[in-house]
Design a protein around this ligand. Structure first.
Ligand SMILES: [Zn+2]
Length: 138
């Protein structure tokens, strides 16, 4: 990929990446570790697993992507989810800050139709179509 195009993709996704960094700050302050992998900053560990146990099961995740920031339970989980999360990274690069409302809109549309707002979300369908379906929810 040409450097100028790569820079544009990072810039277009930067608002979402900033959200991911803000959400990761409390994790990083409590022991989570960050590592650059395949053009993405992967952040895992710290208290995330303990915090997630307090959430309803439907709200728990193994990994979640915000632009070029991926937050996961641990680095082994991130490795298992990487293919799926990289699809989301490409979605952010295409849609930039529009990803958030479009993702939410897809979930709401599926819920209104009586379908699963997560598994039937068009962005998740694309990610699962390009990754191993045996991996855990992310
Ligand atoms: Zn996903």
């Amino acid at each position: 990929m040409k450097p100028a195009l790569r820079l544009l993709r990072y810039a277009w996704a930067a608002p979402a990446s900033a959200v991911g960094l803000l959400l990761a700050l409390p994790l990083l302050a409590r022991g989570a570790r960050a590592a650059p992998v395949q053009g993405v900053l992967e952040i895992a560990g710290g208290p995330l697993a303990a915090w997630q146990r307090r959430l309803p099961a439907a709200c728990r995740f193994a990994a979640i992507t915000f632009g070029h920031v991926v937050i996961g339970l641990d680095h082994r989980t991130l490795a298992a989810c990487r293919e799926h999360e990289q699809v989301h990274v490409r979605q952010y690069e295409r849609l930039g800050p529009l990803f958030f409302p479009l993702y939410l809109g897809s979930s709401l549309w599926q819920a209104a139709r009586g379908r699963d707002p997560y598994l039937d979300n068009c962005f998740e369908c694309e990610a699962y179509a390009h990754s191993d379906p045996r991996t855990v929810r992310h």
